[in-house]
Structure formats: C-alpha cells, structure tokens
Write a protein that binds this ligand. Sequence first.
Ligand SMILES: *Cc1c(COP(=O)(O)O)cnc(C)c1O
Length: 383
Amino acid sequence: MTGGMTSLDSAGRRLPLFLDYPGLEKGLPYVALGRFPTPVEALEPLGRELGVGRLAIKRDDLSGAAYGGNKVRKLEFLLGAARRAGAREVVTVGFAGSNHALATALYARALGLRCTALLLPQVGAQYVRRNLLAGRGAGAALRHYRNLATLMIGGWGEFLRGRWRDGVWPYYIPPGGSCPLGVAGYVNAALELRDQIAAGETEAPDRIYVPLGSMGTAAGLALGLKAAGLGSQVVAVRVIEERLASGKGMAALLRQTGALLHKLDPAFPRADLPGPAFSAGALVIRNDYFGAGYARFTEAGVRAAELMRARAGLPLNGAYSAKAFAALLGDAARGELKGKAVLFWNTYNSRDLDALIAGVDYHALPPALQRYFEEEVQPLDRT
Ligand SMILES: *Cc1c(COP(=O)(O)O)cnc(C)c1O
C-alpha cells in the first residue's frame, strides 16, 4: 500500500502537481499514503434548502483508508521527507486532541517510523478523548506539556533521545504539517479539483469554504487555484487564536511555499504577497465564527454539525469544520450565496476509529492526559 520510493500515488497515477510541474516531481520528497482523488459530490437538496445556487462537498474526509481528513495530503510530502532523510522517528506538536498528531501517528506507523507527539493543553471534548486513545492505539508516544516553554525543553530531550537511540535525528513535522513542504499537498489538491472540473464532475466554484487553523490547507488551495487559473475565492474561517493564524502569517506561508515550488520548477507561479496577484479577494480570512477560543464549540457550529449529520450523514468537528460550515450557513442565510457555486471542503476524518480505540484504556496515557477523561467535556459537546 505504501510502496517504495516512487512519485506515483496509491492508485499508481502521477499526481497532477507532478504532471504540471516535472521539476517538482524531481525535487519534492513524496510517499503515497492516501486515496486520491477524493470524490466531489453535489449536496442537494441541502443547497436549495439553504438558498445556495449550487452546493457541493469535497470529500477529503475520505482521503485515507484508515484515517481521512486534511492532514493526509500534507503527510505524503512530510513523511516522504522523513524517509528521504533516513529518519526512524518523527516528532510533531499539537494540542491534546490534535487530528494532525493522530494522522501522523497512523501514517508514520504504516511506514515503520516511530512517532512522538508533543501535546499542549486545550479545552476538553469527546473527540479529544477519541484521538488520544487512537493515538495510543497507533503506538505513538504521547507527551503532555503545560505550556510552550516546557514543551520546547522537553522536545529537545526527545530529539536527543532519538538521536542517541537511532544514530540519526528524528524528523520534525511542524504543527498541522503547515510548512511549505506540507502545503504542497494542498497545492496538488487544487489541481486535483481543476481536473475534476475539467472532467465535468463538478463546476468551478465561486467560493470554497475551509477552516483556518495552522493555515496550510487554505494557503495550498489558494496557491494551487491560482496556478490552475481558477478564480474561486477561498473563504478561510479562522478557528484558532489570531496570533497563530494572521493575515501576515498567511502571507508569509504563501510566499515561502510559492518560492519553494518556483525554485524547483520555474513554471510554478510565484506568490509575492501582498500584491496584485492575490489582491482580488482570492483568499479571505473570516474572523466571525471563531467564538471564545480554540476548540471551544459554538452554538452556530453545533447547529451546523447537526445539519450536516442529518442531511449528509457526515460528522463535522466542533473545533474546525463545524465552524467553517457555520460560516457558509450564515452567508447563505444573508442571501450572499444566491446563484453561486459553493464548495464546502470537508477537512474532518469520517473513517471509523473504533477498532483502533478498542481495548485502549485511558489509564495507559501519561497522567497529565488522563484529566481529559476524568473532567467533564465542554457543555456544548453533545456528540
Ligand atoms: C487541522 C485541521 C484543520 C485546519 O487545517 P490547517 O491546514 O491547519 O489550517 C481543519 N479541519 C480539521 C478537521 C483539521 O484537523
């Protein structure tokens, strides 16, 4: 399934990114992990009910056989780099319930790499419990730190330990996998969408709604849409504190990713932001559905998740995709989406984790993580 050193995907096809830019096929590390292309489906009659011209959903919840969601596309490049570096272990960082940490644990294991996840405190939720148990079930070493300062110190210890044990440094994957290399996964995703449009599977969206966390998903989509010559606007619904997801940070990530890809293949357009290339509202950061804090569910988000479950049978995540869908619903209710083609980019895994969790006892987790099971979850979390 996870093949050898090749740039073909799991189905043996060449990625759109590599077909368009052969220099990237040569220059970027890559390992096939997921199942692509993910389907794009019409969401009718829901769209009509909401007053959206045409509503569709991009099913990145199905991006992997074992675990879907938006981290798989990034990990194909990041774990490719870990393998290319000869690493035996990857170390990553996230909040306690991190979907990214779980995805990293699962796909690292599939490649025979150990995974250590350095975790920071967050508000309690059912999904946090599930992800912690699944991470443990996937064999990851989970470490909990009170704050970033203690995490940095402890993290160094993990790197030194790994180096001592393996004779090679662990490979570091940043939070959310959102560095230029990881972002390349979502540049490819936009080209994948372009191909689906060309094949008549869906129409070119006027707007694409996506959550904005570590920013890699929105950044990659914006860059890829531009490269593909699509005029869709990315509506990036911020779900994390602004200091972690600012316009300035986004501009830097776009610039750095554009520079990396342009360097490896000069045909890839540069993204000199802020500048005319992106000024036509190609990427809009929305601050109005964030609520009271990271992973703090909102009433609008909970209602949005309930609607998606009732109409499409799909789970949304109260910390992320529920807030993005709530923004779409809000805009539709104001009549803004009348006559428009709107794509909801579904970033949350929909694969069942029960088998992975079965038999994992939370008492096996480090004591500091056990509190997520012993304290009540936030009141809005009724899942
Ligand atoms: C990580 C995550 C996001 C945020 O994506 P970024 O690339 O970090 O901005 C959105 N939705 C879900 C479900 C996630 O796990």
